[in-house]
Design a protein around this ligand. Structure first.
Ligand code: FES
Length: 157
């Protein structure tokens, strides 16, 4: 029986299985439906990775220093927005060791990788474990208090 999973879970599952394409099916934890129509209802599934709504990532005011904001980067890739003062950066949630997805552990104030125990600080620097380098920084632009994917920032007059 086909099982649908929420967008975020589907993307994490796809990346965790080493799949490059977002249109993935057949991962070990069950069938993944991404960007397809629900065959039972005929309505689009909850996943719409390439919609116009992905252009704006977040409002700067929604990003709290010390509390990375879980967002989607280009093509729905899991990422975090982090803030330090007036500076906002986006970090990939993909561990630099072997590509598992890190999660922010509020209690530890660290990004933690579940695969081999790698840890990163709140700015993405390696704290422990096998990751060879910090979390990758992804390009963003900030215009009028809004964070955009860098390639999709509206043209300035
Ligand atoms: Fe993250 Fe190995 S994949 S520590």
């Amino acid at each position: 029986m086909m099982e649908e999973v929420p967008r975020r879970d589907a993307l994490r599952l796809a990346v965790g299985c080493g799949l490059v394409a977002l249109d993935a099916q057949g991962c070990s934890a069950g069938r993944v439906v991404v960007g397809r129509q629900d065959r039972r209802s005929g309505h689009p599934s909850s996943v719409a990775v390439h919609s116009q709504t992905t252009r704006v990532i977040a409002e700067v005011s929604a990003i709290v220093a010390g509390a990375p904001l879980d967002v989607s980067a280009a093509a729905g890739a899991p990422a975090y927005l982090i803030r330090r003062g007036d500076s906002v950066r986006m970090l990939s949630a993909t561990c630099t060791h072997a590509g598992c997805l890190v999660t922010w552990q509020k209690q530890r104030s660290q990004f933690v990788c579940p695969c081999h125990g790698g840890t990163y600080d709140g700015q993405g620097a390696v704290l422990s474990g096998p990751p060879p380098r910090p979390l990758d920084q992804l390009p963003v632009n900030i215009e009028n208090g809004t964070v955009y994917l860098a390639a999709e920032t509206p043209a300035t007059p």
